[in-house]
Design a protein around this ligand. Structure first.
Ligand SMILES: [Zn+2]
Length: 443
């Protein structure tokens, strides 16, 4: 167990080297002894409440059973109560304090510490808080902030102090594989995977595979992911470390790489980003003639109408290119758009190319296009005063400004990181192809 001392106990921040840390711990042990309610030092008077916490000079803390390890400093037989509260819907600490008839001034002084305030600000239904109190005065509070991380607040002579107790979670790597009969979720469920990780798997390959339209019976996957345990009890799934997906005979592989900056991203074994960038503009344009504008005066209709895209003025016949890999949803005539191409991309992104003079030869709905592929030529069909491309970028049907949207960072592994990338990922990648079920090994 590691104790992280938080600001609030002046001078005890563990950044002064080992001897200072040992000194700090000794001081902490003394402070703890002084601050601990008398009952904790005399557990025979407290029932379940008194649990002595010993802090050793090396920074390790260990809990001792009240009966087994009572300190010799038995004091006045003043009991305190420990109340375990299960947080209800819309519960706040203030409501809990009122319910338990605790002093609201104690709550105010805890909230006066900025770190503590943030850590106590929001409660979640069904989480469990432990409060120690005596005669309406709060003596201590415990809250599990996350798996393996508990906040401990206690009353000190000059106010409240807090610390984070961290118990590192144990991590195991689980490997799951399945052949899909009907749906990805069904197959993953049979392989013992939680929906959260199945979703992460679909997300991972979402730039390459359309999980609604592309999945076929006989598709298969292998995935290696982390599982986290606290004291041997399963807590949650961690990230996917590596995965292979076979879709209609095409093999996709992904591996997680944590760079020197600590950021994790997914790459192919060759070091290409799994994410795909979009072109900022689909034409080599001369100028933007009309910007994205939610309340624009329409030049032809002579009324206020939102401009849901960007107009790129360019001579008739200028090539228009697909902004990203995708599928043609429409290549035809549509109202004011004139000749229009609509492309569907991964992750609910769609792009629209209006007023085209004509389409690229053979372009049809349902067809796949690659980023940069010619899809048509600039024109002035539909409601247009001059030749230009009207370009829209929609996310789940909502038009976004193509000039300002954050484009995906799809930078591949550079030469400087190549050796580190190979060293960290080659074992994981090889594990994907290790013999599993015969059906998968045969692929
Ligand atoms: Zn326009």
């Amino acid at each position: 167990m590691r104790i992280v001392i938080q600001p609030g106990i002046p001078g005890l921040a563990p950044r002064h080297g080992r001897w200072l840390q040992a000194l700090a711990c000794a001081v902490l042990a003394w402070a703890w002894y002084r601050a601990e309610p008398p009952a904790a030092r005399a557990p025979e008077h407290t029932g379940a409440a008194g649990q002595a916490l010993t802090v050793a000079a090396d920074g390790q803390a260990s809990r001792a059973a009240p009966e087994g390890n009572a300190t010799p400093h038995a004091a006045a037989p003043v009991a305190y109560s420990t109340t375990t509260v299960t947080v209800g819907r819309n519960d706040t600490l203030e409501r809990i304090f009122r319910r338990l008839e605790l002093d609201l001034a104690d709550l105010a002084s805890m909230r006066a510490l900025p770190t503590l305030r943030a850590q106590l600000d929001r409660l979640y239904p069904d989480e469990v808080l432990t409060l120690q109190h005596r005669d309406g005065a709060l003596l201590g509070l415990e809250r599990r902030l996350a798996p393996g991380e508990t906040l401990k607040v206690r009353r000190e002579p000059d106010g409240f102090a807090s610390e984070l107790l961290e118990i590192p979670l144990q991590t195991e790597v689980r490997r799951a594989e399945a052949v899909i009969d009907s749906s990805l979720f069904e197959a993953a469920g049979k392989a013992g995977m939680k929906d959260q990780t199945t979703l992460a798997l679909a997300e991972l390959f979402g730039w390459d595979i359309d999980f609604v339209l592309d999945i076929r019976p006989g598709d298969s996957f292998v995935v290696a992911y982390e599982q986290r345990f606290e004291d041997g009890e399963y807590v949650q799934d961690g990230p996917i470390l590596a995965a292979k997906f076979v879709n209609q005979g095409h093999v996709y592989r992904a591996v997680r790489y944590v760079g020197p900056d600590g950021n994790a991203s997914y790459f192919t074994p060759e070091g290409t980003s799994l994410r795909k960038a979009f072109l900022r503009a689909p034409v080599a344009f001369t100028r933007v003639s009309s910007r994205f504008n939610p309340s624009r005066h329409h030049p032809v209709l002579n009324l206020i109408r939102a401009h849901k895209g960007v107009d790129y003025a360019a001579p008739t016949g200028t090539p228009v290119r697909a902004a990203g890999d995708g599928r043609v949803r429409l290549a035809g005539r549509k109202g004011g758009y004139g000749n229009v191409v609509e492309l569907e991309h991964a992750r609910g992104i769609a792009t629209v190319y209006g007023h085209l003079d004509r389409f690229a030869r053979g372009l049809r709905a349902g067809q796949r296009v690659a980023q940069g592929q010619l899809i048509g030529y600039v024109g002035m069909t539909g409601l247009a005063t001059g030749p230009h491309l009207h370009y829209e970028y929609r996310v789940h049907g909502v038009p976004r400004n193509p000039q300002t949207i954050r484009l995906v960072d799809a930078t591949p592994i550079g030469d400087a990181l190549r050796a580190d990338f190979v060293a960290k990922t080659s074992g994981l990648i090889a594990s994907l192809d290790r013999a599993g079920s015969p059906a998968l090994a045969a692929r």
